[in-house]
Design a protein around this ligand. Sequence first.
Ligand code: ATP
Ligand code: MG
Length: 394
Amino acid sequence: MTFPATIEVPEPILDIARTLEKAGFEAWCVGGTLRDILLGHSNTDYDIATNATPDQVQRLFPRTVGIGIKYGTVGVLDRSRQLHEVTTFRRDVTTDGRHAVVAYGVELAEDLARRDFTINALAYHPLRREWRDPFDGAADLQRGVVRAVGDPGERFREDYLRILRALRFAARFDFQIEPGTWQAARTAASGLAQLSAERVRDEWYKGLRTARSIERLVSLWVDVGAAKVWLPELEREQAPSIAKTVPAGDRDPVLLTALLSTAPSTVLRRLKASNAEIDRVLGMERGPEKPDGNDERSVRRWLAAVGTSADDLMSLWRSRRGAIPPWSSAAQEIRRRHDPLTRGDLALNGTDIQALGVTGPRVGQILTELLERVLERPELNTREALLEIARELW
Ligand code: ATP
Ligand code: MG
């Protein structure tokens, strides 16, 4: 692959580079953005690497945020308050498979050497328009290959997350994983257990969002041995049936995890997902997956029973069957009319029932009974009609 003579670097990035260079430092664009641009994908989220230390960066720019100081990253705010990451050239002093202690005072070449894959180890000088590609990343981009920088086994043992990153890039760009890198990844896969659940979850979600083919991503996780460690509930047989029509980027990783695994709530708990996400999949597990019939009465009962999970359950049904649920038009109609579906939607409340002389748990039972009636016949939802039924009931 020949490098384009020049690439269009946004003005705020050029500004930052000029400030650094004027102060006698180097400023290079690095990382995934260059990879994406060479592949023809637009990406304007440039990372800058420099030999200025984080302190020096903070002194050079009026507005900065110490977003990753421990790893040498300073956020520089431009005039329109956009944040750009400026990271000091670094090398890893010690690594333990999950974090690194880094040191500064190194050259660009060394900084590129600690990056994970050749396709991620490119640099471009935005002012001099020079490229650096010490590991032939451009050739691997052209061939469609994910290859570790240096000895793959060592690189995975330094940080096991790189295994998952390799799978993600392979699925996202439809690349092959270079055989040596793949073998080393399989050998190192048991080390994935050492990673924090949060980092694994982020990778899994990013993978689901960006994979060209979900099926490929799932196969890679299974074949490398990552699924065994983190997602034993993953069912690769489910993957092909997932509608291929959901475009990357638009995908919902929680829904996809539910589609792809038995016991998705167990999966999300293991991945330390948020309570909101766990509650969502619990709702999907609880179901029922569909109404007893497609008539409005059945659909109202179902909507009342599943509550906020209705849309998720319909999405699951649609993804599994590749067709729109036959009851979705009834559901739409019911929602458009605002048919009452919960006790809160009733035209009277507990106080009204108590005013009739009812006390204790019977109040709630009567409200539930009234909701039953109204689900059958929404037109009953007036104060007068409900009061009359309530009087009869008690
Ligand atoms: P994307 O942002 O599309 O997920 P990316 O390659 O930009 O992909 P980032 O996590 O933004 O990934 O990291 C930026 C760069 O930092 C990478 O391109 C790579 O050079 C380096 N990098 C990130 N994570 C690691 C890692 N675990 N080990 C080694 N280098 C890494
Ligand atoms: Mg990035």
